[in-house]
Design a protein around this ligand. Structure first.
Ligand code: NIG
Ligand code: FE
Length: 394
């Protein structure tokens, strides 16, 4: 007998790779031992949930967040409304460094508690896996503090967290850039590699150049960290090109990719992680068509952070992806599930409803997937199941 059966879903969105969304109508799904054990016809189980009139699909996978930080940047939000740009604010000591100061002051316990509240919120909106970056510490002590908080949070709540080391998020105010890069390479990456799966760099004009980012990511590779890149977010800075050259698993943002960058990404099978929350807050209009026409797989994420995207809800991100990036609802669902799974190197375990995969499943109070972006700002999530266990929504 199965542990749990979800019966008669109006649409069971399987995301079977051969069929795109792979929708099964009036279909059921069962779980045993935390894995998907049956798809299609109803099967007897110890517990049953009636999903008549509802969408059942894989939990959302958020492949890019900066979840752990102290303080808030609501004042910068107001400055931007009054006309200052993100770069101008950063050049006056605001921006990332503002949050670095607040994060350094925060204790591990304070960071844990604030992030726990955020994770409860994301869970209610259907996120079952989330990538989480460090990057607001910029010193060995503070970066390790953040990575340890991620590890503790992973054990303390239902969302699966995938840690990324982003020590190269900015240059700390007390150091020269060259000195900090040496510290990253000689000290921080070797130690951080015990706590992270990926290494990320903010490759951008005024932050880390393409050559510097390459050095840092190559060091990460030496210690087993797969490369990700904040690429061409504010300007064309060589990030997409580097992503292709180094074989990064993903290039993130890609608002201003060069022609060559797109070509190299395609060749290296690098996934483009697009972040429409940031596009909304910073007024960017990326040309997604170029990427899609080139055959680059698209994932979408929240980029949740206190500066450029204080949005953590994946249904809202899906809505923004449709409205701002012109993804169709089907493309946005694929981008926030199976393609996000691949952007985290987890495509064989999560992101679709297939036999033997982890039972990360959500039940939505809508009868068609097309209603997810359409009812913008409405939370359609009724039930969240993480690795077979119905999660208790706060
Ligand atoms: O992805 N660009 C770098 N990191 C974040 C912004 C961080 C911040 O403003 O605090 C981003 O947009
Ligand atoms: Fe980011």
């Amino acid at each position: 007998m199965e542990d749990l059966s979800i019966l008669n879903a109006s649409e069971l969105i399987t995301l079977n790779p051969i069929e795109g969304l792979g929708i099964l109508k009036n279909a059921s799904i069962s779980i045993k031992g935390g894995k998907i054990s049956n798809i299609g016809l109803p099967k007897l189980a110890k517990k049953e949930i009636d999903a008549k009139g509802k969408v059942v699909m894989p939990g959302f996978i958020d492949p890019h967040t900066h979840l752990i930080f102290g303080g808030s940047r609501a004042n910068e939000f107001e400055l931007r409304i009054k006309g200052k740009t993100y770069e101008e604010i950063a050049n006056c000591g605001g921006g990332i460094i503002n949050t670095v100061n607040a994060t350094r002051e925060a204790s591990e316990k304070e960071l844990f508690e604030s992030a726990m509240g955020r994770l409860n919120y994301a869970l209610c909106w259907g996120t079952t896996t989330m990538e989480v970056k460090s990057g607001y510490g910029l010193s060995l002590r503070d970066e390790l503090k953040i990575l340890k908080v991620i590890k503790k949070l992973n054990d303390a709540q239902p969302i699966t967290l995938i840690p990324t080391f982003l020590g190269a998020h900015e240059i700390p105010p007390e150091k020269k850039k060259g000195e900090y890069i040496q510290e990253l390479i000689n000290e921080m990456i070797p130690k951080a590699s015990k706590f992270a799966k990926f290494c990320d760099v903010f490759c951008e004009k005024g932050v880390f150049t393409k050559e510097e980012a390459k050095k840092i990511l190559q060091c990460g590779l030496k210690f087993g960290l797969k490369p990700k890149i904040h690429a061409d977010e504010l300007s064309s800075s060589g990030g997409s090109e580097l992503a292709g050259e180094i074989g990064a698993i993903s290039a993130d943002h890609v608002v201003y990719p060069s022609f060559q960058g797109i070509k190299l990404m395609k060749k290296a099978e690098t996934i483009a992680v697009l972040l429409p929350g940031t596009c909304l807050f910073l007024g960017h209009k990326p040309s997604v068509k170029k990427l899609i026409d080139a055959g680059i797989p698209i994932a979408i994420g929240s980029d949740f952070n206190p500066g450029s995207s204080p949005i953590l809800s994946m249904p809202i991100i899906i809505g923004l992806a449709c409205i701002l990036l012109k993804l169709t609802p089907a493309q946005a669902i694929i981008a926030s599930t199976i393609n996000s799974a691949y952007a985290l190197g987890l495509g064989n375990r999560i992101g679709s409803l297939e036999l033997g995969k982890d039972a990360d499943i959500i039940i939505l109070n809508v009868s068609s997937y097309k209603e997810i972006p359409y009812w913008f700002g409405f939370n359609p999530v009724q039930t969240v199941i993480c690795r077979g266990e119905p999660a208790c929504l706060p």
